[in-house]
Ligand binder design. Structure first.
Ligand code: NCD
Length: 306
């Protein structure tokens, strides 16, 4: 494993498989235990540095570090010196002076974790940077698919919706490809990034044509907060063409699963009854996020002080 986890490409197939296998071992070790805690990172410090809103990812990293017995510091831009104009670099040097072994960072600027990695001695884990990457989300998604379907090699995955603004889509395309899955991106042309033709994925504009041929459909949130123009005529029109409702779900093969990284716009990209159906892995994805992030922190920081 490399020292930092900044993007899906930091993991080759062996590294990625090691993370998934470690997450499975952690799940097994903790299942049925009343005290869900391992002593592995005792005496190590993990800092969660969140410059952008988050519910799941932030809680998940916090819980993951605590379950490994690390000391955890949660830092959010709101209420810190960042609101007084302190730069990322000065914040990083402060953390460095306090001896952080790992810095988990979420930032609205693509590339911020890369910069940070040049300033601190500890490991940097990207928890989502702008529209760029979100590698631990891709790992927990791969873990969820492998648990549900038993494999990743040859699994057909459709990633549907606002690909343009989605760091989840970027990281998933990279990691799923590394792990041997076949990805099709489905979106209106306005919500696909320039250069998507060079990604290791097929592209389609037609959700109905793709659904019968996939094992996994991963719905993406329409990221209204990142849209400064109008990318589709109306919410209703978007749902009609690209939303997953019960009728469309019926077109999936019998064993296919429905995923969403959250937070969902219920009724927009995914209907409420689909999100709550037996095929949906949305709640499992959240639970799997904790074990996957434990695996990442464990592998990056190692069991004992370096
Ligand atoms: C995603 C994110 O923040 O990139 N959510 C998450 O981490 N679970 C996706 C999104 O915001 O739509």
């Amino acid at each position: 494993m490399k020292r930092h986890l900044l993007e899906a490409a930091d993991l080759d197939r062996d590294d990625a498989t090691l993370v998934l296998d470690t997450a499975a071992q952690i799940d097994q070790a903790l299942s049925g235990r009343e005290v869900k805690k391992l002593p592995t990172l005792r005496g190590r410090t993990v800092v969660n540095l969140f410059y952008e809103d988050s519910t799941r990812t932030r809680i998940s990293f916090e819980l993951a570090a605590k379950r490994l017995s690390a000391d955890v510091i949660n830092f959010s831009a709101k209420g810190s010196s960042v609101s007084k104009g302190e730069s990322l670099k000065d914040t990083a040097l402060t953390l460095e002076a306090m001896g952080a072994d790992a810095v988990v960072v979420r930032h609205s600027s693509s590339g911020a974790p890369h910069r940070l990695a040049g300033w601190v001695r500890g490991s940097v884990v990207n928890a989502g940077d702008g529209t760029h990457e979100h590698p631990t989300q891709a790992l927990l998604d791969a873990y969820t698919i492998r648990r549900r379907l038993g494999r990743l090699e040859g699994v057909r995955v459709a990633i549907v919706g606002d690909v343009l603004h989605s760091r989840v889509a970027r990281s998933n395309v990279g990691l799923l490809h590394t792990l041997g899955a076949e990805v099709t991106l489905v979106a209106p042309p306005t919500l696909l990034p320039v250069g998507v033709g060079s990604w290791p994925a097929e592209v389609s504009y037609d959700l109905d044509a793709v659904l019968p041929k996939v094992d996994v459909v991963m719905m993406l949130r329409v990221q209204a907060e990142r849209m400064n123009a109008s990318f589709f005529p109306s919410a209703r029109e978007y749902s009609r063409r690209y939303g997953l409702d019960a009728r469309r779900m019926g077109a999936l093969p019998d064993d296919a699963i429905v995923m969403h990284p959250g937070p969902m716009n219920r009724g927009m990209e995914i209907a409420a009854d689909v999100a709550d159906s037996a095929r949906s892995t949305i709640v499992e994805q959240v639970a799997n996020g904790v074990s996957t992030r434990m695996a990442v922190l464990y592998l990056l920081l190692g069991g004992s002080p370096q």
